[in-house]
Design a protein around this ligand. Structure first.
Ligand code: 5AD
Ligand code: SF4
Length: 479
């Protein structure tokens, strides 16, 4: 049977989609290729959020198609994910020779496309199905894995060098994602996501629960519930929380209810997170859920995008810097030791030096543990694409570097506070930099590097005393 390899760009939602797609392909009888170079089928799961991500994916697809002339004549090359929907049939003009292209929610149809492509067909286009269709992982995924054991036992995999690609199956990782909300209705001025991932739609809590159970059965101990704007979970028209699922904690909002339900019903999941947040979704009830439900981690990714009220208004974010900082205050007061991380865009059309300085100030006041900074990239068809992209690339780069330097100092200060404390670390595996040491994460999602105790396994919860801190990493000893 043919072997496959999936190359993933973009966000956690794409990582999850690739994971689910791999399971579908295995169930259809395809095998994991040891590496991309020897695969019969290479799929590129793409991202459209910035132009650079699209250029990389197009470059990759072009190279793959060209390799048919260099000893891989029958290679199947497929495009999946956000770019597939953005370019639609137009992609076949950009990448001649592409076997097929399939949108983000077309997962269930992909094994059939692969089969046709292996028979020689090219140029097939499958848009994502309408949002009603269920596109979680295949229903029988747990039974395949428990009987077929296509995920290696942790002990075996842990002996592999850290930098070696997993052989026939994904390395056992104690963390996984589960999508709870598809699409996005927010329409921020710069964002392509509503165009490529469609309208917001919340999944049924029972369906989510089954998926989390299946993950737990695979050994997953840390589950992150995903939505482009996750706090909108259950708030769209047409959604109703099932009457027969009570809330012992007295929660009335859908996201706190869901967190409570999952934590209660799947105790094997030691840690629950959700991402990405929005300041208007930080309600007193959500803060209470984060504090009172032990499995819910003291960590929130809360994209701010800018600290300038004028730019935030232009971006149509729906809040100003004061409202953002109010959400941060609620979280810090309500959730002890919470870590807050963010996304920032630099060089939005018309962003002045003054706007930028406001962003620096507000970032400092928010006291972020980490920040991802992106250079503005106009996306065709979005409202801001009509504006002149008037901040030069050199200036965007400068602003990016200034924010990263600020954040490095802030991250160092945030991490210094952990030195001397003992924290719970979920062990992941050998550290990427130095395979003789291991790394894991705290509930705050901070990476901790430590000397592995004997017989440590991925998914173990260890107590680690922190002895040193870098801006992005803690170092400690197991106690
Ligand atoms: N240009 C630059 N960054 C963008 N993001 C989203 N759209 C764009 C764009 N057009 C960033 C936002 C978002 C993150 C996932 O990507 O900061 O939070
Ligand atoms: Fe990229 Fe957005 Fe698609 Fe994620 S949803 S892959 S960030 S375009």
């Amino acid at each position: 049977m043919a072997s496959f390899s999936i190359h993933t760009y973009g966000c956690q939602m794409n990582v999850r989609d690739s994971d689910v797609l791999a399971r579908r392909l295995r169930m259809a009888g395809y095998t994991d290729a040891p590496d991309e170079e020897s695969a019969d089928v290479v799929l590129v799961n793409s991202c459209s959020v910035r132009e650079k991500a699209e250029e990389k994916a197009l470059g990759k697809l072009g190279m793959l198609c060209a390799s048919r002339r260099n000893g891989r004549p029958g290679l199947v090359v497929g495009l999946t994910g956000c770019m597939a929907n953005r370019l639609a049939e137009g992609v076949f003009a950009v990448v001649p020779g592409l076997s097929f292209s399939a949108g983000p929610r077309a997962g269930a149809g992909i094994p059939a496309l692969v089969a046709r492509a292996l028979a020689g067909e090219r140029g097939m286009w499958l848009p994502g199905p309408p949002p009603q269709a269920h596109d979680g992982p295949p229903a029988t995924s747990t039974s395949t894995t428990t009987t077929g054991r296509n995920i290696p036992e942790p002990a075996t995999a842990n002996q592999a060098p850290a930098n070696q690609a997993p052989a026939a199956a994904p390395a056992p990782h104690p963390s996984s994602f589960v999508t709870i909300l598809y699409g996005c209705n927010q329409r921020c001025s710069y964002c392509i996501v509503p165009d490529v991932r469609g309208r917001e739609e919340s999944r049924d809590p029972r369906e989510i629960l089954e998926e989390v159970r299946a993950e737990a059965a695979l050994g997953v101990r840390d589950v992150c519930l995903l939505g482009q704007s996750v706090m909108r979970y259950g708030r769209g028209g047409g959604f109703r929380w099932p009457d027969d699922i009570p809330s012992p904690g007295g929660y009335t909002e859908p996201l706190p209810r869901l967190l409570e339900l999952v934590a209660r019903e799947v105790p094997q999941v030691l840690r629950l997170r959700f991402t990405s947040g929005h300041p208007l979704g930080v309600t007193p009830e959500l803060v209470r859920a984060m504090r009172e439900i032990p499995a819910v981690c003291p960590h929130l990714h809360l994209p701010m995008q800018s600290g300038s009220d004028r730019i935030l208004r232009e971006m149509r974010r729906g809040y100003d810097s004061a409202r953002y900082l109010e959400a941060v205050r609620l979280l810090r007061e309500g959730v002890p030791d919470i870590a807050i991380t963010t996304d920032i865009i630099v060089g939005y059309p018309g962003e002045t030096e003054e706007d930028f300085e406001r962003t620096r100030e507000v970032m400092e006041r928010a006291g972020f543990d980490n920040a991802f900074v992106f250079k503005y990239s106009p996306r065709p068809g979005t409202p801001s694409a009509a504006l002149e992209d008037d901040v030069s690339d050199a200036e965007k780069r400068r602003r990016d570097q200034v924010l990263l330097a600020d954040q490095d100092a802030r991250g160092q200060r945030a991490n210094d506070r952990w030195v001397g404390r003992t924290v719970e670390v979920l062990a992941e595996g050998p550290s990427l930099r130095n395979a003789s040491r291991w790394s894991g994460r705290t509930g705050q999602n901070k990476i901790v590097v430590f000397e592995p105790p004997p017989r440590v396994a991925s998914g173990d919860l260890l107590r680690v005393r922190i002895e040193a801190a870098h801006p992005q990493t803690l170092f400690g000893v197991v106690v």
